[in-house]
Design a protein around this ligand. Structure first.
Ligand SMILES: Nc1ncnc2c1ncn2[C@@H]1O[C@H](COP(=O)(O)OP(=O)(O)O)[C@@H](O)[C@H]1O
Ligand SMILES: Cc1cn([C@H]2C[C@H](O)[C@@H](COP(=O)(O)O)O2)c(=O)[nH]c1=O
Ligand SMILES: [Zn+2]
Length: 204
């Protein structure tokens, strides 16, 4: 589907989905293929995401590729002078300007591959992801497996009782759920008493 040697270069690909859906694995797969094709590849991630490694993009299965953590999206333009392919992970955490940055890169002949959460823990569109999906030539939605019923999951359900948008974490705080199990979990949570909710925070 994605030609490493397309004659007219410069486009945007988005890989989206819930946590544990394989976004990072798919990003790494595409970037490594570009490297096999001897293309110059640069990978960026927001500085706040240092869960597994400061200098690498790492999947939940420990696949890794070297990356540059950046403070804001503007820094990406400064660091992509002579590249063929730009990879961006955890795009949901970037500022709104990431959309313009991706447009500029693609217009300048660069293949841009962006991975990120399309929905937050409430099931709401996350940060700049909707805009990125709208302007991209190619959008791939990948799915995790619902840990409650085994169906395809597209929600990242937060187990801790915390209302902040950004709470970094793994399986200790999040579980991938399908639509029906997510809705049921929300109903169960709404029935919990305050002491029960506090107990949830303590456990996580
Ligand atoms: N419930 C699950 N469904 C699917 N994959 C899971 C699940 N729990 C753990 N995994 C692991 O997560 C890997 C995907 O990790 P990763 O690419 O980092 O996902 P993402 O970037 O979307 O969070 C899978 O290959 C699998 O080994
Ligand atoms: C749903 C949701 C997630 N996060 C955090 C949790 C993780 O640190 C990352 C997502 O990582 P992944 O590579 O997609 O597994 O985002 C958050 O801060 N807020 C949320 O609503
Ligand atoms: Zn389910």
């Amino acid at each position: 589907m994605f030609l490493e040697n397309a004659s007219k270069a410069g486009w945007i690909e988005v890989i989206c989905g819930s946590m544990f859906s394989g976004k990072t694995e798919e990003l790494i797969r595409r970037l490594k293929r570009a490297q096999f094709a001897r293309q110059k590849v640069e990978i960026f991630k927001p500085k706040i995401d240092i869960r597994y490694s400061e200098e690498e993009v790492v999947s939940h299965d420990a696949n890794a590729i070297r990356s540059t953590p950046v403070e804001n999206s503007g820094n990406i333009l400064l660091l992509t002078g002579d590249v063929d392919v730009v990879g961006i992970d955890e795009a949901q955490f970037f500022d709104a300007n990431i959309v313009e940055v991706c447009q500029k890169l693609a217009n300048n002949g660069i293949r841009v591959i962006v991975a990120g959460l399309d929905m937050d823990f409430l099931g709401k569109p996350f940060g700049p992801m909707p805009q990125l999906m709208a302007i991209a030539e190619y959008v791939s939605k990948v799915h995790a497996i619902c840990v409650h019923c085994g169906n395809l999951a597209h929600h990242s359900h937060r187990l801790a009782d915390n209302d902040r948008l950004v709470v970094l974490g793994e399986k200790d705080i999040y579980e991938p759920l399908c639509r029906h199990c997510f809705n049921q979990a929300k109903i169960n949570e709404s029935k919990k008493t305050e002491p029960e909710k506090k107990d949830l925070v303590f456990k996580n």
